[in-house]
Ligand binder design. Sequence first.
Ligand code: NVA
Length: 206
Amino acid sequence: VLAIRTFNQSDLEEYAKWSSKPVINALTDLEHPCQALADYMTIREEFKTFDDVILTFVGDGNNVANSLILCGALLDVEVRIACPKGYEPDSKIIQKAKELNNNINLKIMNDPYSAVNGANVIYTDVWSSMGQENEKEFKDKDFHNFTVNTDLLNQANSDSIILHCLPAYRGKEISNEVFESRNSRIFEQAENRLHAQQSLLTALLS
Ligand code: NVA
């Protein structure tokens, strides 16, 4: 097995094309599927089922959001993406998700407050991904209304949980208060990366 964590999805696909061994996407600019496995594991641990679960991702519609959409389509989970205009997920990902699930329940929204209304899971990620650090200044401005804070949390269900794939910038995409709140399952989610990835290796090697 070859696990590759890189930037360009096309580099990973090139490896997969020529490799005689399974190639795992351990993160690219387009997708982060291993993270999504741990995320949905954490959600099921919490709610015991995916029925009626609404997951709202607040942030940039890039790799993490894309994988939540694809995995959500496979698991039939309602996924809402709340992002500033211009940061919507890749149209090819949305198309692929629709092919995976004819009855997909996916909403792309620009207002985080209506997007978290009734949500059970609120998920956020850094505003500037790895390799995009030089874009920080203008991205911080574009995302200023997208911090997951108590105000936003008050619009969601009282038993909603908070997820973040880490590393986090407290005070930017998530307030310190919410990060440390009793709703946070961020460290359980981080632990589940270990279990989910062990399962993936077991599945690939057996
Ligand atoms: N979107 C983030 C995910 C980090 C786990 C990044 O690509 O840096």
